[in-house]
Design a protein around this ligand. Structure first.
Ligand SMILES: [Zn+2]
Length: 113
């Protein structure tokens, strides 16, 4: 993931793909710091994807796809709803852990320069 560091304000912020490389406080161009995505980040993406797939399947046709899978047939619909929430929660937790770790790494990179 990417961070935006402003040398003037000494502010480090996670950089979103849609945000420009500018400091949100003073508007100066910030320094982009790249931190490698770890397994925590990928787990976050994975659970987000699972939650989205479950939601799409639910909206599109009352779990028509999931229920067409043999091993899913025995699972009640209530459990699918629970799985959606668990997946969203897991994605959120892993995202948080990844951000905490990446922030630490980024701070280390700033100090190292
Ligand atoms: Zn600034």
């Amino acid at each position: 993931m990417k961070f935006c560091y402003c040398p003037d304000c000494k502010i480090l912020r996670p950089k979103n793909w849609y945000s420009r490389e500018k400091c949100e406080v003073c508007g100066a161009r910030c320094k982009v710091i790249r931190v490698k995505t770890t397994v925590l980040g990928w787990l976050s993406y994975f659970f987000s994807l699972v939650a989205i797939l479950f939601l799409v399947d639910f909206i599109a046709g009352d779990y028509a796809f999931l229920k067409s899978l043999d091993f899913m047939e025995a699972i009640p619909s209530e459990l699918f709803v629970a799985l959606i929430f668990v997946s969203i929660f897991a994605a959120f937790i892993f995202q948080y852990l990844e951000l905490a770790r990446a922030t630490k790494t980024a701070r280390g990179l700033i100090k190292g320069k």
